[in-house]
Design a protein around this ligand. Structure first.
Ligand code: GTQ
Length: 351
């Protein structure tokens, strides 16, 4: 081997001499710091519910909801193990609450969404109002609101938790408190928030009760499903998304939470979609039906076959396309509102 070029030697000497001062040369890392396009370290991944459920039920034997505070199996991105993250910015987990259990009241600056996967009749309480959970319902816990969960029904209830935990961690802005009582007192009848804000109307003199977060805690499945059914029947189907709607904060027209957007879509029977990519990595929960998603990025190509209650993640700027022979309904969430607030959201619809 030839002796190193004197310039290279001088450079190495420079780097090691200044290292104790915590100085590093930009030119050695610039290409990775400012890549020509997103190079997410995340992998596409699928969690089949039939494989996950036995472990959830074993967790139900291993620890009570009260002792665990939240009995959740975290869906960790295989490329981010140990970070409690499904993408660089988002957290996802499956939470189990058994009949008679209470997950005690607390609050935190992280925003949470719940998407009900299995079982009916558990409740979540937010700011003194309870919401009963049914499969396919999308429920919100706004940042810094007290919330507890309970199950007064006879069956286990499982839901997908989506939180902005990694985003809040990135900003070092996480605060949390435990409540003095396990369950908060109910101060308003169930459905009050939906009546106030969920009918394309709002109180005449209203403040946004939860700041940047939607004042509707619960978006019932039957309404979303009905809208998708009608649009499938009566309106053109999008070649990339099928029939896809986003959930709204009725006071702003924007996403229901400042950090997370949520969506529900229906792929009609026989759907063979066009490929797309977007900067916001997204997490999907399969509500009904079956289908396939092909995801390509970072030199890997995966095809996932999914059915009811399965979950999968499509990382940023990976190219994806859907197919569904029998038709299916999918819920999803992403960090799109943050991309939009920063003016960096990009989406490409390919053919
Ligand atoms: O239900 O409050 O999956 O605080 C992770 C953190 C759920 C919750 C999670 C939480 C919660």
């Amino acid at each position: 081997m030839n002796a190193p070029h004197p310039t290279a030697l001088a450079r190495q000497q420079l780097y090691s001499d200044m290292a104790p001062l915590n100085l590093t040369p930009l030119w050695e890392v610039l290409h990775a710091l400012v890549p020509p396009q997103p190079a997410s370290p995340c992998h596409a991944a699928l969690w089949k519910y039939e494989q996950v459920r036995p472990f959830l039920m074993r967790a139900g034997q291993a620890i009570t909801a009260e002792e665990a505070v939240r009995r959740v199996l975290i869906l960790e991105n295989p490329a981010l193990r140990g970070q409690s993250a499904i993408t660089q910015s988002l957290y996802a987990g499956l939470q189990l609450i058994l009949p008679g259990e209470v997950a005690p009241s607390h609050r935190h600056t992280q925003s949470a969404l719940r998407f009900i996967v299995e079982g009916s009749g558990a409740y979540t309480a937010v700011d003194g109002e309870r919401t009963t959970m049914r499969p396919g319902d999308f429920i919100i816990t706004p940042s810094w609101t007290w919330h507890d969960h309970g199950n007064e029904a006879a069956e286990p209830v499982v839901w997908l938790d989506g939180l902005d935990i990694p985003t809040i961690r990135f900003f070092d802005a996480g605060f949390a408190q435990n409540d003095t009582s396990k369950s908060q007192a109910v101060s308003r009848p169930e459905g009050t928030s939906l009546a106030r804000y969920g009918h394309n109307m709002a109180p005449v003199r209203h403040d946004a009760p939860f700041g940047a977060t939607s004042p509707i805690f619960s978006y019932p499945y039957e309404r979303s499903r009905d809208a998708l059914d009608r649009l499938e029947r009566d309106a053109p189907v999008d070649r990339w998304d099928g029939v896809k709607l986003r959930y709204l904060n009725p006071l702003t027209g924007g996403a229901p939470m400042p950090t997370m957007a949520t969506f529900m879509q229906k792929l009609p029977a026989g759907f063979a979609g066009q490929p797309w990519r977007q900067t916001d990595g997204a997490v999907f929960s399969v509500v009904e039906g079956h289908g396939e998603i092909e995801v390509e990025g970072a030199g890997a190509k995966n095809t996932f076959s999914f059915g009811p209650r399965d979950h999968f993640v499509v990382p940023s700027w990976h190219t994806a396309r859907f197919k569904s022979a029998p038709g299916c309904v999918l819920f999803s969430f992403s960090d799109r509102p943050v991309h939009q607030a920063l003016g960096i959201h990009r989406e490409e619809r390919l053919s």
